[in-house]
Design a protein around this ligand. Structure first.
Ligand code: 13P
Ligand code: SF4
Length: 344
């Protein structure tokens, strides 16, 4: 996917730190963790940014939460906590830092703010959105409730705080079935990811009413593409994220959240694997397991890729852009997230 470069995507030359012998001494040991996926000629560009961010984190008493889709220089270079949406939400609630930098997308930063209202939560680029979060509004939920008055509303965390506030409970891709069944209802409204909803429906007797939201990254995979990869790569294990269309999930050997997919590769060590998801994740896992061959279609999430080392540094320098949640929705949104954490 071609990424559009916007003003502010890289640091102005006069403020960008440079690679000196002192910087090399402080951070070159970190390169070992990513050397299989980052070529040596790129390291001098990353090292001074990593060095500056590590210093700023200490000065600000800050932590960097990084989603599994962040690029290896962020994932291995500056992140304190990495994981899927559920793990990041849990850790955001537990951290004792004063400042949280969300290396992920806006809904993840909002969730962190809901769970840590007294902390400063930063998102290095406010434009880091999500097609699922864009697909539904609180007004849509009000109409659905009128149509299905007996059905509680389960909302995927990939939504705005206002949508969470209009819901009964949240879920993530790793706990969706548990959450749906925790309600004891005969049917639930499941929003906004149609494919995740259909995947849940196949694993429960609860009737699932879905919405037409899709992830712009996962909806592009096809069952035919998976069949082609299998034909060309003998012994291939296919593991997919549940945001993929049903024909892709039918063609997969395993379906799970990003962290569950990583766990599958770590534990089972397949000879060859295709991770049907955002492609930076394969880089991060490949850096950790050298005995697995990764077959890589590359679908990038343009929102996740807006987060870069220079922007994380600038965010820590300026303590901005700060994420706030409208007090009118914060309490109800927090209740939906807390209810999920208690039930999962
Ligand atoms: P996970 O919760 O599985 O990490 O998914 C988040 C996401 O945005 C997937 O596209
Ligand atoms: Fe949203 Fe899809 Fe990007 Fe995840 S990968 S943040 S669901 S657009």
């Amino acid at each position: 996917m071609a990424l559009e470069v916007q003003p502010g995507d890289s640091a102005p030359a006069d403020t960008a730190p440079t690679y000196t012998a002192e910087v090399a001494e402080r951070v070159d040991h970190l390169y070992d963790r990513m050397k299989s996926v980052i070529p040596p000629f790129e390291w001098p560009a990353y090292a001074p940014e990593i060095d500056a961010i590590l210093r700023l984190k200490r000065e600000r008493n800050a932590v960097v939460l990084a989603h599994n889709y962040q690029t290896p220089e962020i994932f291995y270079g500056v992140a304190d906590i990495v994981g899927d949406s559920l793990a990041l939400a849990r850790k955001a609630a537990e951290t004792e830092a004063d400042v949280i930098v969300q290396a992920g997308v806006h809904f993840m930063a909002e969730t962190a703010k809901l769970l840590s209202p007294d902390k400063t939560v930063l998102i290095p680029d406010v434009r880091a959105g999500c097609s699922l979060a864009e697909s539904i509004t609180p007004e849509d939920i009000a109409l659905l409730r009128q149509r299905y008055p007996d059905a509680p509303v389960v909302t995927y965390v990939n939504t705005s705080a206002a949508v969470k506030a209009a819901s009964d409970i949240c879920c993530t891709s790793s706990n969706a079935v548990t959450i749906v069944e925790s309600l004891g209802a005969e049917r639930v409204i499941f929003l906004p990811d149609e494919y995740l909803g259909k995947h849940v429906a196949r694993q429960t007797d609860v009737e699932i009413i879905t919405w037409k939201g899709h992830c712009e990254v996962h909806e592009r995979f096809t069952g035919q593409e998976i069949a082609n990869y299998r034909e060309n790569h003998a012994g291939l294990q296919v593991i997919a994220h549940p945001e993929c269309p049903p024909d892709v999930l039918d063609a997969a050997d395993f379906v799970g959240s990003t962290s569950q997919m990583i766990g599958y590769v770590r534990d089972r060590r397949p000879d060859r694997v295709l991770m049907v998801t955002e492609c930076s994740m394969s880089d991060n896992v490949a850096a950790e397991v050298s005995d697995v061959e990764f077959v890589r279609p590359c679908n990038l999430c343009p929102h996740m890729k807006r987060i870069t080392l220079p922007k994380i540094r600038q965010s820590l320098e300026t303590l901005s852009p700060e994420v706030t949640v409208d007090p009118g929705v914060a309490a109800d949104a927090r209740r939906a997230v807390d209810r999920m954490l208690a039930a999962s």
